[in-house]
Structures are given as C-alpha cells and as structure tokens.
Design a protein around this ligand. Structure first.
Ligand code: GLN
Length: 490
C-alpha cells in the first residue's frame, strides 16, 4: 500500500475506514525507523511502549467514533519539546538524562488530538547550528545524500520525514531551523508568526526569536498540524491573545490569483547566492507568474545586517537562558566538586559542547557593561529597522519570495571550521525571525540531485494565506512528492 508515501489526510482516511489500525500504523513506522535510521541517526530516542499505549487508546477512540482528524497518526518531536517522563535532551550532554515533569503545549495539544508520539528527533545542541553537527548524539545525515548535512537545527526531524520514517514532525525555528532543514531535505516547513504557537515547554534558546512549527511533506500536512498547535496559551506570556485563529481553509482559487502580488527583493539575489539556485528560484517565480500572480521587484535594504544582529541577540538571550544549567537545579552535574565555584565551572565545561560555549561567551560579552550599547543595543536597533523594512514592503505586496538558503545541503564537516560560512547559510531566514514574521519553505527543484527550497514570507498572522499559496503551487507541481531513492521502498 506504500503507506510511507501517504499524506496525513490519506492516513486519516485509512484509519477511519478501518483499513488499518493505529497500532498497525505505529508498528509500520517503528519498523521503518529500525530498518533505516542506523544510516541517518535522525532519532535520539524511540518511545515504543508509550507509542503503543497511545495507539491502543487511539484505536478505541476510532472504534467509538469519538476521534479527531489526527487520532492514531504518528508524529516525531524535536528533542527540545518537553515530553512528560520521556527523555528530553535538547541534543546536549547537559540534559542527557533529563525527564521533564510535564508536556510542552505543542506536545500536549497533539497528544490530546490523539497523535502517536513515536520518538524524539536529533538536533543541534540547544538548537544552535545550521547543519546538525553540534549534537552530542552525533551528526545526522541527509537522506538525499548520506555525505551531506540535513541542515539544522531541526535536522533530525527533517531527515526522518524526508526518509519517510514518520509522516510528519515538529521543529523549532529561532533563525531558520525549520525552513533551512526543510529546504535541504526537500520538505515543507512552516515557521509561524512569533506568538502564534506556544513556547511553553520548549527548551529556550533565544526567547524573543524561538517559534515551534511543523515539518511535513506538503503545505497541506503542515496546515493540519499548525491548526492543531496554534492559539493562545496562558502558560506563555508572549503567545498572542488577540488573534482569532481560524481553521486554515485551502480555498485559494484560480480567479483569486490575479489579485495577489508577490514581491521579489532585489537585494536577496544580488550577491552570495549560488547561481544555479537563483536560476531555480526564478523558474519557480516564473511558474507563479504563469498561474496569473502579479510579480513585483521590491527592495529590502539592510538585510546584510541581519546575520550580525541575529547572532548578537540570539547569543545574548542564550547566555541568559542557559545560565540555569549550573549543576544544582537539574541536568548534568560534574563529579566530586570541591566547592561551589568548581561545581559551576566543571559542570558547564563538561556538560556543554563547543558551539554552545561559543554562543554563551559572545552573548555574555555583548551584554556586559561597557559593550552593551555598542553591541546589544545596536543589534536591537537593526532589528527594528529590519522589521520596519518588511512593514513597508507589505504595504506594496502580499507575499515576499526568496531563496531559503544560498546553497543546497553541504558536505558533512565542510563548514564546521568556518563559523561565518556556517552562519551565512541563514542569511535569508534570520530577518524573518528578527521581524517575528511567518514564512514557509517549499521544495521547488533540484540542483545536482539535491533539493532546493524557496521561502514564502507573509505579513503577521497570515499563516493561512502562506499555506494556501504554497498549497496552490503544490497542487500544480510535483517537487514535494519526490522521495530519496534509498528510502523509497517498504
Ligand atoms: N542556525 C541558526 C543558529 O545557529 C538558527 C538556529 C535555529 O533556528 N534554532 O542560531
């Protein structure tokens, strides 16, 4: 039946018609993980017993007709979403044995909808990275080419969905970590507006930028998950309480498209981008034009400052958020400390990896008195300018299209010794986080047999429009249906 290829809607139909039970479906994906994941390392832990219990419950609900659309369908969660009594490591030795006492809101909402939480996916340590090479639990491989990175930091989620080891996964995006791995792995990944999805129970990296969202095979699948996880949460003081989050309706029709204008920021194509990728993005833009959408060149100046501003702000917030890992409250503790200072020093020295330490040092420096104005304040001013530039652009256009990343997936090890090059892979994604806007990455072609992603940015809380236009493209094209050959069988 090729179940691994099925969309969430198709899986729901199979479950509802009782052609397959949730128990069988869960077993099917657990077996795929056992069969294939040794090549990818996309999972940190598998919740076999828990998943089976959830599946039994789901089958009872389905039998009684009290099920929800998602009841009985497996999902994998990035290992920074707290899962009650299930290890949540955040890709770090610091939290290797951490068992959260509660579920993150995203996890709880999906559990309540009856989804099966089959495992926790690998990630860059504390979500810091663009290649999934900073995980304490080892590198993750890209299913399209096992010598390439899957992107980061949600690389485990992207790799697992791309190899069809699970139907869909959660991710988090602080500066691109949903969109960039989705692009590298030929998937669709939605970074919602800041405040759309609760951050409660998501282990914090940079709180003013972090946002959870889905990584899936299509915009349609992402919409189903987004609808379930969005909305106000009293446990997250930054979640938005004013928006009336309606169910996403994929109702963009042919007659509407000529009312829609797509902006192409000229600065995004002027330098630093691989020429072949630029060509593929323009082919996709041409297709939108042929569908009848209006295309307009726009300007988004100052976007070159996003990377420095982002790395100052994200590191500053990380240095504060990660101060809690001190060997006292929870997490790793060094052996036989001789005094309190030794406990702090050695716990953090032994518990954190290099990238995390680097960020803590940059952040502490940027926040220190004497340098605060020069770095942190300046970065905040740039953040405001970037937001204002987007605001101006959205007075002229409905969407902004750009590449998701300047290159396709690069070789494992290729950029680990050059931090700047690694950071530049987020050049098109970080401005969106700084502004707090929603954006999606969709696959639009291949370059040297590696997927190319295009980013669609929308105005605040316009997720349903973004999902709609992405879905429109996916109905007319096929790029999202390609599966890496090595994993394209039962
Ligand atoms: N690559 C970026 C960083 O390292 C973004 C990470 C993310 O979005 N979590 O900070």
């Amino acid at each position: 039946m090729d179940i691994y290829k099925k969309s969430l809607r198709e899986l729901a139909a199979l479950l509802n018609s009782k052609e397959i039970s949730s128990k069988e479906l869960t077993k099917y994906f657990l077996e795929r993980i056992t069969k294939f994941d040794s090549k990818l390392n996309s999972f940190i832990s598998i919740n076999e017993d828990y998943a089976n219990q959830q599946a039994d419950k789901a089958d009872k609900l389905i039998a009684s007709g009290k099920n929800n659309f998602l009841t009985g369908i497996p999902i994998a969660h990035k290992d920074l979403f707290s899962t009650k009594d299930i290890f949540t490591t955040c890709g770090s030795k610091m939290l290797e044995h951490y068992l959260p006492p509660y579920d993150a809101t995203v996890v709880k909402k999906l559990n309540d909808a009856g989804m099966i939480s089959i495992g926790k996916t690998n990630m860059d340590e504390f979500a810091m990275g663009s290649s999934n090479e900073s995980s304490y639990f080892g590198d993750v491989k890209n299913p399209w080419n096992l010598e390439k990175v899957p992107g980061g930091s949600s690389g485990g989620s992207a790799s697992a969905v791309a190899a069809r080891l699970c139907p869909v996964a959660s991710g988090s995006d602080t500066g691109g970590s949903i969109r960039q791995p989705a692009a590298f792995c030929g998937l669709t990944g939605l970074k919602p507006t800041y405040g759309s999805v609760s951050r409660y129970g998501m282990i914090a990296y940079a709180s003013s930028l972090d946002q959870g969202g889905p990584i899936g095979k299509s915009a349609e699948d992402c919409a189903v998950i987004f609808d379930e996880i969005k909305g106000f949460d009293k446990n997250d003081s930054t979640s938005n309480y004013q928006i009336d989050f309606k169910k996403t309706r994929m109702d963009l029709s042919k007659k509407d498209v000529n009312k829609i204008t797509i902006g192409i920021p000229k600065e995004y194509f002027s330098q630093g981008i691989d020429e072949d990728i630029s060509k593929i993005i323009f082919q996709a833009i041409e297709e939108f034009k042929n569908f009848g959408f209006n295309i307009k060149e726009i300007t988004l100046p100052d976007h070159g400052y996003s990377i420095p501003a982002y790395y100052i702000i994200a590191s500053a917030e990380a240095s504060s958020n990660l101060s809690r890992y001190d060997g006292v409250k929870f997490g790793y503790r060094c052996k036989d400390p001789i005094n309190l200072e030794d406990l702090y020093f050695r716990t953090r020295k032994e518990g954190f990896g290099t990238e995390v330490k680097k960020r803590i040092m940059i952040g502490t420096y940027a926040l220190s008195s004497g340098f605060y104005d020069e770095y942190y304040m300046r970065a905040l001013k740039i953040r405001r300018i970037i937001r204002d530039n987007f605001k101006k652009a959205f007075q002229e256009v409905d969407f902004i299209f750009s590449p998701t990343s300047p290159t396709t997936a690069f070789n494992l090890g290729e950029k680990t010794s050059n931090a700047l090059e690694m950071y530049l892979s987020d050049i098109y994604t970080t401005p969106v986080n700084l502004a707090g806007l929603p954006a999606i990455s969709i696959p639009v072609g291949f370059n040297n047999e590696l997927p190319v992603g295009m980013q669609i940015i929308g105005d605040y809380f316009s997720e349903s429009n973004i999902l709609n236009i992405a879905n429109y493209f996916q109905k007319e094209t096929d790029w999202h249906n390609y599966i890496p050959e090595e994993f394209n069988h039962e």
